[in-house]
Design a protein around this ligand. Sequence first.
Ligand code: PHE
Length: 341
Amino acid sequence: MLKRLDELEREGQRELAEARDEEALQAWKVKYLGRSAELGRVLDGLRSVSKEERPALGKRSNEVKRAFETALEARLGSLASARLEHELQRERIDVTLPGRPLFRGRLHPATQTLRQILAIWAEMGFQVYRSRDVETDAYNFELLNMPAHHPARDMWDTFYTTTPGVVLRTHTSPGQIHVMRERAPEPIRVVLPGMCYRYEQVTARAEIQFNQIEGLAVGRNITFGDLKGTLTAFARRYFGHDVRTRFRAAHFPFTEPSAEMDIECFVCSGTGCPVCKHTGWLEILGSGMVHPTVLANGGYDPEEFSGFAFGMGSERISMLKHRIEDIRAFWANDLRFLEQF
Ligand code: PHE
């Protein structure tokens, strides 16, 4: 009997050492320490053993039982710490890895240009005035000296709304009337940025929507010289201090006289290239002295007041500055384009 117990202990310890997981340990526990385990049967059978043998056998059985229990405990413990170790390895964070880049938003190139242009005007004392995108025919045309059926209306292909007499502004000039009516008879120096809409064929050079920046100065002694000087100063600040400019006679119903300003083509420095269509010059804005009728419509007596106005397309200007060849890139939302700015 004692010999069998020795054997049992050896077998048990060997099998325990081979048990690889929790499940195997449970099975082992049933086999060696469970109700119907051999060891249990030995203990149960002690009564039928002779008095002389009983103490030694009982002692030995209990020893084996305790040895099994301690060994099992130890195995369970080492299994648990192995599992913990494994988990820790798996979840380990390498703090020396380089960080993942965060995607940062940025300003749209159209907004960037708008802000740069407005900053220059702000330095020159022009306040920003916001005007509406949806206008009446009166403000967009009539009060700007273009009565119904005036042929000059053809210069602005218009989006009409379903409400008669309500249009999407085709230029920022209607804002001139709004400011004048609000400020008369105070002097005015404002810039009016905003989206304009034209019912046109979309091409590389023309979009159905674009930002314009209108400028308006009204006072008692404003001359064409002020207009030229102010716009030239702007061009120098925006395009560089040595940029050459020129004014060409033009026509707008709401200014008289009217002029368009060109800057020297910076691609060919004036010698002629495809960008300037071989003229050496790039048009950047329309301008003129505010027409007396327009001054009167704004509430200023044209005998006492004069003023100048201008309007520039800010996408056009940023195309020139950044040499962007297609205006459609501004609203196409292609990140490859937008992320260059
Ligand atoms: N409103 C004109 C346009 O859209 C530009 C302009 C503004 C011309 C102010 C003269 C004075 O073409």
